[in-house]
Design a protein around this ligand. Structure first.
Ligand SMILES: [Fe+2]
Length: 226
């Protein structure tokens, strides 16, 4: 039976300073023996399809910076399952846009120098009967995790929605399942999140924990008082 730490979207190099330390503390508290990164490990603002400020066009620099942040995560968690998110997949998506076969690209583990198990975009991982997926291929909107759990008749853990976090249960006479959104680990003050400034929903920093497929907790990052 697994005691799973679920790391939220980190969007390196836009990961919040201190997020790795926070994750380590939660991992120790719960005696974690398995780690899942729910996707969007990296941001790839420089090659995104969004209109971007000129400062965000240096892909070489972004790659270097992101790699450094990724290394802090892999030092803390050498083994993990990584659900490829829509941002992680930007290199592959741009290759397709350019008409290149994606097989020409390095695989994700080599690209980011991680010894993690890579799960392709839109795939799902099942641990102790719980589905883990990035979250961008099921139903969206408010309470996306809860809706996806209901649709699957299966407890479901997602990331992707930076402004959603928490656990909500649902039961009928035969099933009892939970949907959990794990929040994220991003720093909104970093430039690549400019495109998110206009949205009212701000990111919720934190991570998820699932014990034996039966218990689920969202752990919020504790904000300093202002
Ligand atoms: Fe994301």
């Amino acid at each position: 039976m697994a005691r799973v730490l679920v790391i939220g979207d980190t969007h390196a190099p836009g990961m919040k300073t201190g997020y790795v330390r926070f994750l380590q503390r939660i991992a120790d508290n719960y005696d974690i023996n398995r780690v899942v990164h729910i996707g969007d490990l990296v941001d790839w603002a420089s090659i995104s399809y969004h209109e971007k400020s000129p400062a965000l066009r240096n892909a070489t620099l972004e790659y270097e910076r992101a790699k450094k942040q990724v290394a802090t995560l892999t030092r803390a968690f050498p083994k993990a399952d990584w659900m490829i998110g829509n941002h992680d997949a930007l290199s592959e998506r741009q290759a397709i846009t350019a008409g290149l076969p994606p097989d020409l690209l390095k695989d994700y583990a080599d690209m980011w120098d991680v010894d993690w198990t890579v799960h392709p975009r839109f795939s799902k991982l099942q641990i102790d009967g719980v589905n883990y997926l990035h979250g961008d291929c099921g139903r969206g909107g408010q309470d996306a995790a809860f809706r996806q759990a209901k649709d699957n008749f299966r407890s479901t853990v997602i990331g992707h929605y930076h402004g959603q976090a928490g656990v909500r249960w649902w039961a009928n006479p035969e099933f009892r399942v939970f949907g959990m959104s794990v929040g994220c680990g991003i720093d909104v003050n970093k430039l690549q999140f400019d495109y998110g400034r206009k949205f009212a929903h701000k990111p919720i920093l934190g991570c998820g924990v699932v014990l034996n497929g039966k218990q689920a907790y969202f752990e919020p990052w504790l904000l300093r008082s202002r």
